[in-house]
Design a protein around this ligand. Sequence first.
Ligand code: NAP
Ligand code: ZN
Ligand code: ZN
Length: 352
Amino acid sequence: MSKCKGYAALEARAPLGPYSFERREAREHDIVIDIKYCGVCHSDIHQTRDEWSKYQEESIFPMVPGHEIAGIVEAVGNKVTKYKVGDKVGVGCFVDSCRTCSECRQGLEQYCTVGTIWTYNGRDKEGKPTYGGYSDKIVVDENYALRMPENLPLDACAPLLCAGITLYSPLKHWNAGPGKKVAIIGLGGLGHMGVKLAHALGAEVTVLSQSLKKQADGKRLGADHFYATSDPETFTKLAGYFDLIINTVSAPIDWNAYLNLLKTDGTMVIVGLPEKDIPLGAFSLTARRRSVAGSQIGGIRETQEMLDFCAKHGVACDIEIVPIQKINEAYERVLKSDVRYRFVIDMASLRK
Ligand code: NAP
Ligand code: ZN
Ligand code: ZN
């Protein structure tokens, strides 16, 4: 075992503080990553506050969150072939899966039917808790690591590992591209990547935000249109307009009102994960043969495809760097939708 330093919530809803723990020694297919940066996802807040208990078997405390992990390979096991010491690598939301079920064989490890092993708040194959990226090092099987873009800053690419892939996967699956009208609800960490990626894929992009405060940013990020959802006229003006709506909102919103913005055969994809269930009216769907769907991050193959796409198109995240000592304040600002547009922890601060 090797000793690691990190930040953890010792119990549900407790503020995060310094925490020491152990990780396994590198096995023959493992790489050891010196973590340089870790993005702050709203899911970290949901989980340290135990807001998903209704949907999960357990929440494991102390919890070291973090699943947008970027760093440099520090050591490799003797059978590692994909990476060498010094490579820029990343780890996203999961660190292993069964590798044999139909989903795993299709590269859909995030839907592994035996059980995806989440980067934190999960259990590894020996039943031991997993710990995430708010820490100095992580040990991961080479098959569950990603190669980071060489031509883009590592800190601004860290959030691609969750926010980026969570939007890229549904945009690709529902064919966002030239001639398609795509709306992104919520301009936060996920939403701002949705705008950049949908724009890079050639779709017409509209942001549906609570107010017009972020309008100039939205346009700069690549949005063609920007509307405030606090204005009831938005919902009459845009009725029946979109082919695809991606809902990134972390709180309950009236899905029926947004479904009415879809044209015939349009789809609304839910990626935001609020704590409470939301009622859905049958007529919202039947009226125009609409669909409502969900999507969860992306598999390893597709995540690598997304990173390569971002490298080619010069797409990275808009970030605000924070020292780990300010993590609790960063959480409060995320909850107020006051982040432009993703916090990234500079892990050098942990070593101070
Ligand atoms: P975030 O940065 O907080 O962004 C959420 C955005 O939603 C906010 O910026 C805000 O945008 C809007 N919003 C917040 N509260 C709202 C409210 N009460 N009513 C209407 N709009 C509201 O969070 P994030 O990191 O992007 O994550 C978003 C959600 O996706 C979280 O629930 C997270 O757990 C989930 N998630 C899911 C997956 C997946 O695989 N499906 C992956 C990662 C995260 P405006 O200011 O523009 O209104
Ligand atoms: Zn996330
Ligand atoms: Zn599997």
